[in-house]
Design a protein around this ligand. Structure first.
Ligand SMILES: *[C@@H]1O[C@H](CO)[C@@H](O)[C@H](O)[C@H]1NC(C)=O
Ligand SMILES: *[C@@H]1O[C@H](CO)[C@@H](O)[C@H](O)[C@H]1NC(C)=O
Length: 321
């Protein structure tokens, strides 16, 4: 997702073998309509919180994140689950079912986030079809509501040869064969500059043009890019370094529906190298965006800095609880 200040990948020692996943029986898709209804992507606004920081694999409690409606366990890597995504697999079936039913009662979806800043799937030569099959199977096996594609293969995007864009399109389309639209959430979490028209192969403009219809929304990382720290810069006027990459420019120039542009921010100064806004400033930008017709929602990196009090403050003017 972002900069890891401690590179604390001691936790990676616990990567679950994907062999386990592949050896598991094919998951049965529920034909229970009320179960399908409870999994359906919620309407806007989306308030998304990542849970990567180790908490024993237990997702935040409903009370701890009141005001958010999507939790993204992180991360499902190419080689298997790590951190909170791994922890989820280590809970008992009964524990998982209990947490899922508490979340469902509170209107909270639970998804997994794939890749993050440690994986470079295109550069590493991963097959997008096989990778999508494996990851979708994991989502179904562990009874999640969908998957967030936090693709951060900067080398592949910067190469400008179209391979990153093609990889993402194949991967997304194959995910949808297992996780049908309207029943499962599929989001992507690009950095905002990837919507700028400066990339010869198109970066996320091309991804959106190709498979945007299959993506429920974008959890856009408006941080670690040395900008997006004033409302104008974030909403209407990005810098000349990354032109047309503010929220309303991604809509007007990038052609992405406003309702898919979820604004992502770190919830603390230590959550990212830069791009942090105080919750009060962010709340005023959110209010300004809403007044201009935007209602997509907010993404936060990461729990526990991104807590109930943080999101309630950020929502307070535009979307009070
Ligand atoms: C369908 O799923 C819901 C929620 O898990 C459960 O309460 C209900 O009993 C199930 N219905 C059937 C017919 O299995
Ligand atoms: C901007 O977003 C709105 C609302 O989602 C959408 O109707 C419109 O087509 C978008 N603009 C462009 C240029 O795609």
């Amino acid at each position: 997702m972002v900069y890891f200040p401690f590179k604390s990948f001691g936790i990676l020692a616990g990567i679950a073998s994907l062999a386990t996943v592949l050896a598991a029986p094919a998951p049965v898709t529920s034909s229970n309509t009320s179960e399908i209804a409870s999994r359906r992507p919620s309407a806007t606004p989306h308030f998304v919180v990542y849970s990567d920081s180790w908490a024993g694999g237990l997702p935040p409690t409903v009370a701890e994140i009141e005001g958010f409606n999507v939790v993204a366990l992180s991360f499902l890597l190419a080689q298997g689950a790590c951190d909170q995504a791994l922890g989820w697999t280590q809970l008992s079936t009964a524990q998982r079912a209990s947490i899922k039913s508490q979340y469902a009662a509170a209107g909270i979806k639970l998804i997994v986030s794939a890749f993050g800043s440690t994986d470079t799937p295109t550069t590493s030569g991963a097959d997008p079809i096989a990778m999508a099959d494996t990851m979708a199977s994991w989502v179904l096996q562990y009874d999640l509501d969908g998957i967030d594609v936090d693709y951060e293969d900067f080398g592949a995007i910067n190469a400008g040869d179209g391979k990153a864009e093609a990889w993402l399109a194949s991967f997304t389309t194959q995910l949808r064969t297992h996780l049908p639209q309207g029943q499962y959430i599929i989001t992507h979490a690009p950095v905002a500059p990837w919507f700028s028209p400066v990339y010869p192969a198109g970066a996320y403009r091309k991804v959106h043009e190709t498979v945007g219809d299959q993506i429920d929304w974008y959890n856009i990382q408006f941080y670690n890019q040395n900008e997006y720290t004033t409302c104008d810069n974030l909403l209407t006027a990005s810098s000349t370094t990354w032109p047309e990459s503010s929220v309303f420019q991604i809509n007007s120039s990038g052609g992405v529906p406003l309702h898919k542009l979820v604004i992502g921010k770190p919830a603390s100064t230590s959550g990212a190298n830069n791009g942090y806004m105080s919750h009060t400033l962010l709340a005023s930008c959110i209010q300004e965006a809403q007044a201009k017709g935007w209602n997509a929602g907010v993404m936060a990196w990461e729990f526990p800095d991104a807590s109930s009090s943080w999101i309630q403050s950020v929502r307070s003017s535009a979307f009070p609880l």
